[in-house]
Structures are given as structure tokens and as C-alpha cells.
Write a protein that binds this ligand. Structure first.
Ligand code: GUN
Length: 281
């Protein structure tokens, strides 16, 4: 019988615990999100981040900048936030418009306010196995889900489909640091299905609806679905064909209600950690 990994439940517990902890402090942790342009998906994510943070007791601010904002203007905002003592975490929603170099912007954020863990210093620390100020929220949330469900990582073969800087690469480091054997697949991987069939833990982060089929999955595997895809009928589905794969896997994350809610919970958790660091708590 395939067991569901319930991210929604765990994320609510994490947010509730954070909210309780905040009652002990006289100040509120500050999270500022910068959104550039009007990418509809980004807007939905940013609104949800703001609402959840506010409800949990954070001081949550969103700075909206036009699509044609210059790099210099965007950097000026970041420089001000870096100096602002009320701001503990800065998040620049990605993707940015093409005329702005993403890595120039991410490097401009102070590593100790980089709530996404995207600054090269934080990425480097993660790869080396040192403690970064923050770790990318989605893969960090996946680790929490595995740990909470007592799923063994050490010694197991983890296969990640997708090599993005937001999910695939930090996921590989987090699993490797926990002594998994890690394979990272991507669009040029030969015999992708055969590689996936060897996975004890399969993480799908490709952004293609129902991409992973039943015959890609080893019986008893743990299947983690990072995808959030909208079908032509307007339904949200993952990168894994849930109907086909459940019944074969030992564990599977549903979409929605699996990995997605964990991303925001980890964002709040990261912000709280930075707040405590900045206030010697
Ligand atoms: N765009 C999609 N996922 C993310 C994320 O985790 N952080 C940021 N900043 N942008 C994103």
C-alpha cells in the first residue's frame, strides 16, 4: 500500500510552531519580497508568501517593481534592505526579466539576509558541508518531509530529475551531505527511464506534467514530486503520473498538498533563524 507524504499537514504544524515561538519575542521578524514585472505565477506565489508570513506574525513587505526596472534601481532597493535592521530576510522572486543578470542581483543580497540560500557564499557552504545562513526552501522542505516520515537517506540511491539552482542542485548537496548516493539527471541524460528505475528515492523537478510514468519507478521507491503544472483543463498536476505510480511506490507526495506547502513553511523557518541570528536569540 503506497503511503502519502502529507506536506500540507507538516507545513501547517511548522507554521503553527513558528507562530507560537514568535509570541515570546517583542519584535517581529522582517521578511521583504521583491517582485519584478507581472508574471502571473510569481504573483500567486508572492501573495501566498505574504499572507502566510503575516498570519504567522511576521512583518511581511512586498516591493513591486515594473518589468523595465533597471539593474541599478533594483540594486538600490537591495542595498537599502541590507542596511535596514528591521529586515531579516530578503527574497527576490525569480525569474527576473531577461535584461537583468540574476546572479548579479542574488550576490548583492547580504548572505546573512539571503533567506533563499541562493547567494554563492551560502551555496558554497552547502556544497562543502558547512552550515549556510539559509538553504533553498523547496529542497530543504523535502528533507524535512523525508525525516518526518522516518525515510532512510543514508546509503540509498537518490535520483533527481532536474538540475536547477533552486531545486536540483541544492537537493543533490543536501542528500549527498546525508550520505545518499546521488544521480542528477537532466534534458541530455541518456536512458533517463533506466536511471530512474534504479532510484530508491526519486525526486522529479522537471516542470512537465505527468512526466514520470509507472514503468520508471522501482517497486518500493520513495517518489517526491516537485512539479506544479496547470493542465489545459486548469487542474494542478505534478511531474509524476500520480494515478499510475501510486500503488507501485512505497511513498509518494501528492500534488497539490505535498512539496508545495513545505516551500513556504521553510521560508518562514529560514526567516525566523535569520531573525534569531540578528538578535542574538
Ligand atoms: N521562483 C520559483 N521558486 C522560487 C524560490 O524558491 N525562490 C525565489 N526567490 N524565486 C522562486
Amino acid at each position: 500500500m503506497t503511503k502519502l507524504i502529507k506536506g500540507k499537514e507538516l507545513s501547517e504544524k511548522i507554521v503553527e510552531n513558528i507562530s507560537e515561538e514568535l509570541k515570546n519575542y517583542t519584535k517581529k521578524p522582517g521578511l521583504t519580497v521583491i517582485i519584478v514585472g507581472d508574471n502571473p505565477a510569481s504573483r500567486v506565489y508572492v501573495n501566498k508568501k505574504k499572507r502566510t508570513a503575516e498570519n504567522a506574525g511576521f512583518n511581511s513587505v512586498v516591493i513591486e517593481l515594473p518589468e523595465d526596472v533597471t539593474r541599478e534601481e533594483l540594486e538600490k532597493h537591495i542595498d537599502e534592505l541590507n542596511k535596514d535592521e528591521a529586515v531579516d530576510g530578503i527574497l527576490v522572486q525569480l525569474p527576473l526579466p531577461k535584461h537583468i543578470n540574476t546572479y548579479d542581483i542574488l550576490e548583492r543580497i547580504l548572505p546573512e539576509k539571503d533567506v533563499d540560500g541562493f547567494h554563492p557564499e551560502n551555496v558554497g557552504k552547502l556544497v562543502i558541508g558547512l552550515k549556510p545562513y539559509a538553504v533553498s526552501c523547496t529542497p530543504y522542505g523535502i528533507i524535512r518531509l523525508l525525516e518526518e516520515n522516518n525515510i532512510e537517506i543514508e546509503g540509498r540511491h537518490a535520483v533527481i530529475i532536474g538540475r536547477s539552482n533552486i531545486v536540483g542542485k541544492p537537493m543533490a548537496s543536501l542528500l549527498l551531505n546525508r550520505n545518499a548516493t546521488v544521480t542528477v539527471c537532466h534534458s541530455k541524460t541518456a536512458s533517463l527511464r533506466r536511471v530512474c528505475m534504479q532510484a530508491d528515492i526519486l525526486v522529479a523537478a522537471v516542470g512537465r506534467e505527468k512526466f514520470v510514468k509507472r514503468d520508471w519507478v522501482k517497486p518500493g521507491a520513495v517518489v517526491i514530486d516537485v512539479g506544479i503544472n496547470r493542465t489545459e483543463e486548469g487542474k494542478i498536476v505534478g511531474d509524476v503520473d500520480f494515478e499510475e505510480v501510486s500503488g507501485k511506490a512505497e511513498y509518494i507526495t501528492p500534488v497539490p498538498g505535498g512539496v508545495g506547502p513545505m516551500t513556504i513553511a521553510m521560508l518562514l523557518s529560514n526567516t525566523l533563524e535569520l531573525f534569531k541570528l540578528h538578535n542574538d536569540l
